[in-house]
Ligand binder design. Structure first.
Ligand code: TRP
Length: 333
């Protein structure tokens, strides 16, 4: 890694079934970013257990996510790709940072309020402490930039606050990270409710296309996609949200511009158009899924990636944790 490059940190939880929206918004982004920054990418399994998980499934999904990212082009030679629980410094720093975080500010976090109403039977301390663990993730690596979705903005702001508070109370220790709210060319919306963002947990499963969907499923979902009453295939997000969403998706997956796509489908019927979009998506997913499965069959390789990621991450994290322990007054041998 080059000394002069900025450090970038990001993480994903291994619990979500990723949609093609995540692919466009997050995975592809990592692939681009790894060339411009010193990247640390984590699989955040410690965050995942703040809502109850099936242990066997959590283990399986961890490897599946790792394999998917590598299949999509995240290169473990170019970035540090690792599993959060493999680096104990995350939990250790989180404990220290807890003492620089106020209960009141955690109670006011939007995602905490939202998740505690959705998981009212399990409002555990981890759920409330989630942003502190996330702050520890980021601050351990002295990250300059953190690409996140807008839903994580509040968490990033808190990480900055905590860093500044610690720096002020003791002495400059943490880099105060900047959020990178990446504008992706296309925002992918729900196929059934095209004015809403495509999400992994939509009420109608036909509205979301998952990275793991097979060809028939993909085609079926696009065939059922909501369009509108006139029959023009043109990009007009306000007036024709369904058709415009399909055009965006087609554009991303075929590599053609929206204008080119409009031209291509001028005069075509919705049926033909939707089939073409489905096919473009399925065609792109198939090789990724195949590569993901091949990697999943090579556990020795995946373990090797995680081991080397762990070692590199632990080295960087250890340096920061050591400083923190000194400054806070922990007697060291
Ligand atoms: N909370 C993030 C999410 O659900 C995942 C995450 C954990 C993360 N630690 C992080 C993202 C550190 C950026 C930086 O999307």
């Amino acid at each position: 890694m080059e000394e002069s490059r900025k450090v970038l940190y990001s993480a994903v939880q291994p619990t979500n079934n990723l949609t093609i929206g995540n692919y466009i918004g997050a995975i592809r982004n990592w692939v681009d970013l790894q060339n411009g920054y010193d990247c640390y990418f984590a699989i955040a399994n410690m965050h995942a257990i703040t809502v109850r998980q099936n242990p066997a499934e959590l283990r399986q999904k961890t490897l599946a996510l790792l394999a998917l990212y590598i299949a999509c082009g995240v290169d473990p030679e170019k970035c540090v790709l690792y599993l959060q629980s493999h680096v104990p410094a995350h939990a250790e720093l989180a404990w220290v940072l807890n003492t620089f975080t106020y209960v009141g500010e955690m109670e006011r976090m939007t995602q905490y309020k939202d998740k505690s109403s959705r998981h009212a039977d399990n409002i555990n301390m981890g759920l409330m402490d989630y942003p502190v663990l996330m702050a520890a993730d980021i601050l351990l690596y002295q990250a300059d930039v953190v690409p996140v979705g807008l839903d994580q903005r509040q968490h990033l702001e808190i990480a900055r606050d905590i860093a500044q508070r610690f720096n002020k109370a003791l002495s400059p220790t943490f880099k105060v990270p900047e959020g990178l709210y990446v504008k992706v060319g296309a925002k992918i919306n729900d196929l059934q409710e095209p004015s809403k963002k495509m999400s992994k947990s939509a009420e109608n499963p036909n509205g979301s296309v998952f990275m793991s969907d097979d060809k028939d499923t993909v085609i079926r979902k696009f065939r059922r996609a909501v369009t509108d009453s006139d029959s023009d295939i043109r990009y007009a997000p306000e007036e024709k949200p369904g058709v415009s969403n399909l055009l965006s998706i087609y554009s991303v997956f075929s590599g053609k511009s929206v204008a080119e796509a409009e031209k291509e489908f001028a005069g075509a019927g919705y049926g033909e158009f939707k089939l073409a979009v489905g096919e473009a998506v399925a065609e792109k997913l198939e090789p990724l899924q195949k590569e993901q499965n091949r990697l999943l069959g090579d556990k020795a390789y995946l373990d090797g990636v995680l081991r080397s990621g762990m070692e590199r991450a632990a080295r960087a994290a250890g340096r920061t944790l050591n400083k923190v322990y000194k400054k806070i007054g922990f007697y060291q041998l």
